[in-house]
Each structure stands twice: as C-alpha cells, then as structure tokens.
Design a protein around this ligand. Sequence first.
Ligand code: CO
Length: 294
Amino acid sequence: MKRFPCLSLCLLIALSVTLMVAGTAAAAHGPTPSKQVGILLVAFGSSEASARVSFENIDRRVKAAHPDVPIRWAYTSAIIRAKLAKQGQVLDSPEVALARMRDEGFTHVAIQSLHTIAGEEFHDLRRTVGAFQMMGGMQRILLGAPLLATQEDMARAVEAILATLPRERKADEAVVLMGHGTPHPANAFYAALMFQVQRKDPNVFIGCVEGYPDIHEVQALLTERKIRKVYLMPFMSVAGDHAKNDMTGDDEDSWKSVLTRAGFACQAILKGTAEYDVFVDIWVDHLGGALGHF
Ligand code: CO
C-alpha cells in the first residue's frame, strides 16, 4: 500500500524534470524554423563523361516528380571525387553535402541512394545519415533505399530488364548483364535477381565484375544452354569505366574477350540502367516514399 504514494511522487518528479528540460530546450533554440524541404541524391559517382547522361536523366526525373524541391548531389566514392577535382569539377561527399544543407537552413532532407544494392557504400551512407540525425540541427533526415531493396523492387527490376533488352535479339540469343558485385552479403541480390528474371526469360544472365557469379560462372551457364550469341549490357546506373573496360574492353580478361575466346559472338550495348526511365522510376518512387513522411 505504501508503494503507491511513492510511485506517484516519482512520476511527478520525472514529469517536472521532463517539463524543465523541454522548457530549457525551447528557450535555447527559440521558435522552430520554417519548414524547408530538400533532396540529396547520392551516387557512387563516375569520372567518365559517358556517365553524365545517366545522372542527368535521374536529375530530370526527380525534378519532374518534385518541381518545387531543391536538389543537391553527392558522390560516395572518394577516389572519383579526387579524380574529378583534378579536372576542376568539385563534388561533395554526403557528409559535406548534408553539413552544407544544414547550414543553408534545410529542416527536412530526403536522401536518395542511387546505388543498385544496399552494399558497403549504402551502409556507409546510412551511418552518415545516422550521425546527422543524432547531431540535431535539422528536424528530419530520411534515407531512401537503393534500386533493389524489397521484393516489389525485384519484380519491378525484372520488368525493367525485360523492357530494355535489345529489340533485335532473338530468343535463343543471350543477354549478359554486368553487375558490380561486392564482398558485402548484399551481393546475393544479383543471383536472386537472375533467378527471377530467368523465370520470364531463361536466356538473360546476371554476373558481377567484383562478386558472384563471375564471368566464368556465367560462361558455364551459357555453354550449358548452348548459346551462340551474347549481348553484353551493364547492370549499373552508368555505362562508365567497368562497362567500357571490364565488360567490352580489348584486354584479354574483359568479358567480351573471355566470351569471344570461348566461341560466343559478342555485342555490347553501352547504356547504364539510369538511362532508362523504367529503372530510374524505382529510385524516384523510393525518394517519394521518404518525402511522403515530411
Ligand atoms: Co568498381
């Protein structure tokens, strides 16, 4: 019986302390600033001029969906940023871009990852976002998932792949998509996507330049299916360095060289996924989901 007054007293003290803290915070920060919403688009980045068309297309689609919201860009790759800086093109890291937006008075920022899977680059970005959320100074910071995050994304990506296959291709000819790949567990998305796309078109293959399945694995699958002709396409947002060199370059270990030596006729299509609206709209819808919370 004696416990109840004691409990009420404790609650009262807790409540007073909460009110005092809240009062101090309000006094220290003054009135809440007026709502200012911004978008931060974050890509791995590319130093290749051929990549620009992809980024411009994303920028155009995001502007069309959110014409009144300012858009900023950041690249997660420090190597790419350093390379571009030497050419006089300064691009922010996500950290610098967010700090800048905070200084400029943005209160709500929706960050959209333009990565393909939630690998290392995405998780680094998530840590950065978490740090800015803890730091305060902005009311809400939300991060949109990369291209492939949910089963709905996978299904949409399958449809996007099927919609962007070369029109001149015959059904017994193969299409090999080159994903990036990563040591991160999220690498499993590539094989999972190949499984799903092959349920609709058994001659579409997905390999990775830096992950599983590698080109030798893909080559074995092509041989099993008795394929003679292969279209090579990047499964990366840009047709940049990997597409030009590792996919279709003249070096003996490029995918084109490996498959040509093995007897397949190869034809490359140098277009990144972000050059096609069907892919871009997946990222744009993820961004819309984040913005919808503001
Ligand atoms: Co790479």
